[in-house]
Design a protein around this ligand. Sequence first.
Ligand code: ATP
Length: 252
Amino acid sequence: MSLLHACKVSKRYGGLQALDDISFEVEQGEIFGLIGPNGAGKTTLFNLLTGSERADNGHFTLGGERLPAGPPHAVARCGIARSFQNTRLFRELSVLENAMVAADARARTGLWATLAGTRAARAEEAACRASALRWLDYVGIAHLADAAAGTLSYGDQRRLEIARALAGQPRLLALDEPAAGMNATETGVLKRLLERIRADGVTIVLIEHDMSLVMAACDRIAVLDFGRLIAQGTPAAVRHDPVVIAAYLGGS
Ligand code: ATP
């Protein structure tokens, strides 16, 4: 069953056609890879999907419902969470505090301030803390809860970003190059985490340049090149597609 549907999505920046009439479907419960050379339009597609930029044409549906074109918090409420190519953590705050901000959006809306000092506020905070700790444990970094986020290794920062995204309990997780800067061991840990997230029923769209991770973790892959969708299929089919080899994979 299809969860996400991109329907004829296009985006132009001045004279550059960043995305040209892109359509694809992501099945419920799969890891769907989005690959292509630098500048192919992958991050632009995430920006349109998550409402931080607006498409010139086309739209997305999630579970058959048309997603709003923005703002991002309206799209997030529909069940889409994202991580960024460059992590967006509060570097001075602890790992736990970073996760708590995500675990309870009320921490950001000021409701806590109005409740401050009341028993209700303390109960809310305890529940939020417990939830945040559960997500840190889920991604394997609960032991780092008290460390400042900025002191974490690159791989652990990426896992904290994923914990923050999961704390919103999304139906679909959009990850932008989660393995960037990771060593082989960290990438192996990431692969197992992605498989666990999928097993727990969250669909993943994965932008990634690490081809061994893409080929090993993804159920299906779409390939973008100069804003056009040039191929899609299983890792085995995409790997042997002459058009993809010429545009992107080369000898790999
Ligand atoms: P990478 O793998 O390097 O991250 P990408 O596939 O994610 O690349 P995008 O970042 O989506 O590619 O960029 C697609 C094209 O659109 C590029 O040519 C980029 O320079 C251009 N582009 C992206 N955002 C803007 C913008 N805000 N204004 C103008 N051009 C933009």
